[in-house]
Design a protein around this ligand. Structure first.
Ligand code: COA
Length: 316
């Protein structure tokens, strides 16, 4: 069960008007086609600092000391270093002594980390695991490409996971594909490497990713409900990966559910990749949205392709 959450966003932000000066776009287009109004982008601080702050806040909300942790799992595409892992950086900064590692499931990172954490806790090996999800997409964005640069922001979210029965269902899925969404790894110059084009930038077939996202979210939530013998009507809140407001709208209508069950913070943060779901979860926990016993459906999707859904009874 999730016993604590935390999050941290960069202090600098860029509203839609900023992008009007950068590329051929308008606030109206971005708002209507994505629902995004603002995004927070790292300029002064580092991703490790955001991840560490989110981790500390999650520990505090769980009433847990770093020394009590059995494992730290960081979901990230890339931290400030290739090595040490973001997990090891966070471990040092919070003063933990447990093992720590990173996993990369792009924007679905929280679901993947939660499934791993749940498996290790269920096996009896560990009792307390810290999940930290942090991504800095601004490192990989071509700020002359209007179809991608307006979508993403940076951020970090974290959760403490402990033994308990509140996680009722979780399933993660992958389908290897580098055509719809990819980031080439930029390589340093060497006598052996012939430089290709667009190294290190995010490339995306927007409409195809859109269709994949809607079918992954709707399909996996329906599958989760069927496995638990419930229907989407029995879900109190849906927390979907915050990528595009129209993806969330289509999921709403295909699941036949009212607006108020779908929590969002997309307008303020844009798509923060792995951080998106724990950032939303933490904001809503702090607002006091959830009451004990509420059923949450949490669903993420992203590059890989990777996706997953969990059903969680809020333990409060
Ligand atoms: N401002 C103005 N026009 C833009 C624009 C922008 N920021 N970005 C793209 N356009 C233009 C395109 O160039 C195209 O112009 P054209 O008709 O002259 O060729 C037109 O808008 C329509 O493009 P299209 O790609 O069909 O738009 P869309 O409605 O599908 O919206 C996305 C584009 C990227 C916002 C949308 O496809 C999307 O959000 N996809 C999912 C992306 C995602 O979630 N990725 C992360 C997954 S974790």
């Amino acid at each position: 069960m999730i016993t604590g959450t935390g999050s941290c966003a960069p202090s600098s932000s860029a509203g839609n008007v900023f992008f009007e000066r950068l590329v051929d776009t308008t606030d109206e287009w971005i708002t209507a086609r994505t629902g995004i109004k603002n995004r927070h982008i790292i300029s002064g601080e580092t991703l490790s600092e955001l991840a560490t702050a989110a981790a500390r806040r999650a520990l505090e909300s769980a009433g847990t000391e770093a020394a009590e942790l059995d494992l730290i799992i960081c979901a990230t595409m890339q931290g400030d270093y290739i090595i040490p892992s973001m997990g090891c950086v966070v471990q040092r900064e919070i003063g933990a002594t447990c093992p720590a590692f990173d996993l990369n499931a792009a924007c679905a990172g929280f679901l993947f980390a939660l499934d791993v954490a749940d498996g290790l806790i269920s096996s009896g090996k560990y009792n307390k695991i810290l999940i930290v999800c942090s991504d800095q997409l601004s490192k990989f964005i071509d700020y002359s490409d209007r179809s991608t640069c307006v979508l993403f922001g940076d951020g970090a979210g974290a959760a403490v996971v402990e033994r308990g029965d509140s996680l009722r269902y979780i399933r993660i899925c992958s389908k290897g594909d580098a055509d719809l969404l990819s980031i080439n790894s930029a390589r340093p110059k060497s006598p052996f490497f012939v430089e290709g084009k667009s190294q290190g930038y995010l490339a995306m077939s927007g409409q195809d990713v859109f269709k994949f996202a809607v079918s992954a979210v709707v399909g996996s939530i329906k599958e989760a409900c069927a496995a638990m013998g419930i229907t989407p009507d029995d879900i109190d809140y849906f927390l979907l990966h915050q990528a595009n407001g129209r993806i969330i709208d289509m999921a709403k209508s295909q699941l036949g559910q009212p607006c108020e069950k779908f929590l969002t913070n997309l307008a303020e943060y844009g798509n923060t990749s792995a951080a998106s779901i724990p950032l939303l979860l933490d904001e809503q926990r702090r607002k006091g949205t959830f009451k004990r016993g509420d059923m949450l459906a949490i669903s993420g999707f992203g590059g890989g392709l990777c996706w997953g859904t969990c059903l969680l009874k809020w333990a409060g």
